[in-house]
Design a protein around this ligand. Structure first.
Ligand code: WT7
Length: 655
């Protein structure tokens, strides 16, 4: 974002102070900031008491950059914290999830007592299959209760789940399985999308052709479609669960037992296996959930409208809410499954009080018109949240007015797969909110905006967002690659965690996120690296070279634009290339995921390169966003970029 654009945003933005009514009953009081700042470690230690420890930790933090141990001598079981303890405290009949199907009219209500039975059965079943502490298990499932049950059952055994978003391709799944050497896979026959089954099992079968170490596959029946079956390897979920006992005695593990791996895109073609451990991560999730969502556990119905295949789902559909004993809506479908007012129907039907989603979805709902939310009773809503990408003030204002009826604070929460939980956000009842600003670090979190030399910038200035002190939910590393972990996050600014985002402090000192400053794109709140998509394109036999940029897009935040040179003769090159462009888009979709499908592919005879051979992505982004071109003097052939700009005007295959 340009300086001028940011200034314009700041000009038009108004601050909304908390209402007196909200402030009076809010979980957090203004003193929370001073208390936490006075002794962050003591403050976090106190927050860790929200959890049930088998052995209470005496230590808080052992820090040997970049290696952290939080509550290191504590012993804990994540699944006991999410389920057993609520049942033991007499809250077994409380609803954990109102699961709402893609298909209208279909739902399941799961209480904490029922969840405990399901988790115990699954823990027994996984044990029978041979799953042991420390084993990695890939989970490739849609948004169904069995996904949560699987994660908790694995956590209960000290096994490590690696949930792979069910929209990822067979290739993406196999590379993730191989990278962390998963021995088991839990999947489903398919997922429901707008009432139509979309198969999942074929991708698993294809992926496992290159994963000889996977010994067992468990298959949940969701769609009832035909599946290919490998005898001795594949097991139906229902058949495995039926004979199991609903009793399972948990073991306790060190606080630093690895709980989960979540792959995320970095700046290279190979996704990073970000791993999180147990005690610190759970402390971060439950504490942020309590304060930021102003959790009123007895009356709230909360809905994090995200997929469990991403970190938002892990931290704020599974671990944070369940550890807190909350009641949630979990929705399987798309925003328009069953009609474009489906969300508003769900909020009205279940009396949802807190809604948390991504800007891209808000913009989509906004496009569908104000009369849709206006046609439903949304008066149960008390708080709205957003996450995943910078939110434009227009969408923020629409969300506030048409969904929150000017009555709900909006928490714009900045965080990352790596941070485990929310790092910057307003606190409802305390912090004013501004359309488009994440405002301030969460208590106990130290963030700064620094310049190239790592010096803190002043108010009204921009720079790089860093964390200047460790925090409980921080990733403990990249699975199997400690060097890359250090180089990616800890080497750029000595002593600080470098997030990869640009940020600015406004004149009041409040924090605004400006987007990634590296080669990471944010498509509908999904992180993808330019290199990953280039790699996929170059994997096509017709492609010689590819350069990919994220160009701004009204709905998806950014969209992928690819510049491709072909291995074609002049004769072939003169043919109609629309079918080939479509083939390349499908190729990327198949290689990575439909999310990665370029919005636009521009076939060009050449790419703009510096004299050292580096592709000038900055210029290509200017071209893709129809901007006047910046400095081209370092190019080997400055005419190339003008030629590409010309191609874009005449041949751009947009859809
Ligand atoms: C990247 C992390 C955090 C869960 C979902 C995404 C961007 C995230 C915000 C926000 C501006 C945001 C950043 C960050 N981002 N939240 N509120 N305002 N940007 O997790 O896939 O790890 O992506 O998402 O660029 O680095 P992720």
């Amino acid at each position: 974002m340009t300086e001028a654009k940011l200034e314009a945003l700041l000009q038009e933005s108004r601050a909304f102070p908390p209402t007196a009514e909200f402030a009076a009953q809010a979980n957090a009081q203004p003193s929370i900031y001073t208390e936490a700042a006075a002794d962050p470690l003591a403050w976090w230690h106190k927050q860790a008491e929200r959890l049930t420890w088998h052995t209470e930790p005496t230590s808080t933090l052992e820090w040997d950059l970049p290696n952290a141990k939080w509550f290191g001598d504590g012993m804990i079981n994540a699944s006991v914290n999410c389920v057993d303890r609520h049942v033991a405290a007499g809250r077994g009949d409380k609803v954990a999830y109102h699961w709402v199907s893609d298909i209208e009219g279909e739902s399941r209500t799961i209480t904490y007592a029922q969840l405990l039975d399901m988790v115990c059965k699954a823990a027994n079943a996984f044990t029978q299959l041979g799953v042991k502490q420390g084993d990695r298990v890939a989970v490739y499932l849609p948004m169904i209760p069995e996904t949560v049950v699987t994660m908790l059952a694995l956590a209960r055994l000290g096994a490590i789940h690696s949930v792979v978003f069910a929209g990822f391709s067979a290739d993406a799944l196999s590379s993730r399985i191989l990278d962390s050497d998963c021995r088991f896979v839990v999947t489903a026959d398919g997922a429901m999308r707008r009432g139509t089954p979309s198969p999942l099992k074929p991708a698993v079968d294809e992926a496992l052709q290159s994963c000889p170490n996977v010994q067992s596959v468990v298959v949940v029946k969701r769609t009832g479609g035909d599946v290919n079956w490998v005898e001795g390897r594949d097991n139906w979920w229902d058949d495995l669960m039926a004979p199991q006992s609903t009793e399972h005695t948990p073991e306790y593990f060190p606080s630093e037992q690895t709980l989960l791996i979540m792959y995320t895109s970095g700046t290279t073609a190979k996704p990073k296996g970000i791993f999180h451990t147990t005690g610190g991560y759970l402390t971060h999730c439950i504490t942020t959930y309590h304060y930021i969502f102003d959790l009123k556990v007895d009356t709230d119905v909360l809905w994090t409208a995200a997929d469990i295949g991403w970190i938002t789902g892990h931290s704020y559909i599974v671990y944070g809410p369940l550890a807190a004993g909350a009641t949630q809506v979990m929705y399987e479908g798309l925003p328009d499954s069953g009609g474009r007012d489906r969300w508003w129907k769900i909020i009205a039907q279940y009396g949802v009080s807190k809604l948390y989603t991504a800007p891209t979805t808000i913009r989509t709902l906004m496009k569908w018109g104000d009369d849709l939310p206006a046609g439903h009773d949304l008066s149960s809503l008390k708080l709205l949240g957003t996450v995943g990408e910078p939110i434009n003030p227009e969408a923020w204002m629409w969300y506030r007015k048409n969904v929150g009826h000017d009555n709900c604070p909006i928490v714009d929460t900045w965080w990352q797969t790596e941070t485990g939980g929310i790092m910057a956000t307003p606190l409802p009842g305390i912090t004013a909110t501004k359309p488009g600003a994440a405002m301030t670090p969460f208590p106990g979190i130290s963030l700064d905006v620094v310049d190239n030399e790592g010096q803190s910038v002043g108010n009204g200035e921009g720079g790089y967002l860093v964390a200047t002190a460790p925090w409980p939910g921080m990733t403990r590393g990249i699975y199997g690659d400690p060097e890359r972990f250090f180089a990616t996050y800890w080497a750029r600014f000595p002593g600080m965690y470098f997030a990869g985002d640009g940020a600015k402090r406004d004149d009041d000192g409040d924090l605004w996120l400006l987007g990634r400053i590296d080669d990471v794109m944010n498509i509908s709140g999904h992180r993808l690296s330019t290199t990953e998509v280039e790699h996929a394109l170059v994997g096509h036999p017709m492609v010689a070279e590819a350069a990919v940029v994220g160009a701004s897009d009204d709905t998806t935040g950014q969209a992928i634009v690819a510049f491709v040179t072909l291995k074609l003769s002049a004769e072939e090159a003169s043919k109609d290339q629309a079918p080939l462009i479509e083939e390349l888009r499908q190729h990327v979709s198949h290689t990575i995921s439909p999310i990665a499908k370029p919005r636009q592919i521009i076939l060009t005879p050449d790419l703009p390169k510096t004299r050292s051979g580096k592709i000038m992505r900055r210029l290509l982004r200017d071209v893709a966003e129809h901007r006047t071109l910046g400095d081209v003097t370092t190019l080997t052939d400055p005419t190339v970029v003008n030629m590409i700009a010309g191609l874009l005007e005449t041949e751009g295959a947009e859809d």
